[in-house]
Write a protein that binds this ligand. Structure first.
Ligand code: HEM
Length: 194
């Protein structure tokens, strides 16, 4: 059976599925480096944060298409009956998740720049375009932590939602983020009545 690259009303296509799992992987990696960098790799916290910032910046190559694709495509319709709170909680959780990721990508780079440091991208570095400012750096560090917490809560609620569907036997909802929906058959061109 040929499966679809793009989303349809019945399910996700391969592009959404690949971007979803690549983003999940990137979040785990970038989060772990930010939180436990020195424990995982040894070395100092500033060195771990510099590595975290470099890898996080590259991970934008996954997050940006993920967010753009989600905004441009509404995704499949909900086909099962669900409690009223799920109907408004699910899109709210998605919104908090995507907007906290955007906030991480604003506060993170600014925190590096206001520390007066470049972002080291291993092959080259992006120099700071601003003058170092300790007070601003500290506020940005706090905002970055808030965004991390908002992202963690929303990701846990998102995973909880998927587990909730699985426990209620709604496997179709879980499966549709694993296997792409069958491709829609193209209709043969209709002949105009003469
Ligand atoms: C998915 C995106 C990101 C996630 C999940 C993430 C996660 C984290 C975490 C868990 C910490 C440790 C917070 C703490 O307990 O102190 C952290 C710190 C930090 N991150 Fe990120 N981060 C992301 C993106 C970025 C980006 C793009 C940059 C910069 C290019 C960046 C720069 C920093 C800096 C400078 C700190 C240290 C903040 C401080 O100590 O005040 N992060 N991040």
């Amino acid at each position: 059976m040929i499966r679809s690259w793009t989303d349809t009303q019945k399910g996700y296509g391969w592009i959404s599925i690949a971007l979803h799992w690549a983003s999940a992987l990137a979040i785990v990696l970038v989060y772990a480096l930010g939180e436990w960098g020195p424990e995982m790799l040894g070395g100092t916290r500033p060195a771990a944060i510099a590595l975290h910032a470099g890898i996080a910046t590259y991970s934008f190559l996954v997050f940006f298409p993920r967010i753009a694709w989600r905004v441009a495509h509404t995704g499949p319709l909900f086909t099962i009956k669900q409690p009223a709170f799920v109907a408004w909680a699910a899109p709210l959780v998605q919104f908090v998740m995507l907007s906290s990721i955007v906030a991480l990508f604003v506060t993170g780079p600014l925190a590096v720049f206001f520390a007066g440091k470049p972002i080291d991208l291993f092959l080259f570095a992006i120099p700071s375009p601003v003058e170092a400012n300790r007070a601003v750096r500290s506020v940005l560090g706090d905002l970055h932590e808030w965004a991390v917490n908002a992202m963690l809560v929303s990701v846990l609620m998102h995973i909880g939602g998927a587990a909730f569907h699985a426990m209620r036997g709604h496997w179709g909802i879980v499966k549709r983020m694993i296997i792409a929906v069958p491709a829609q058959k193209k209709r043969p061109p209709q002949r105009r009545p003469s």
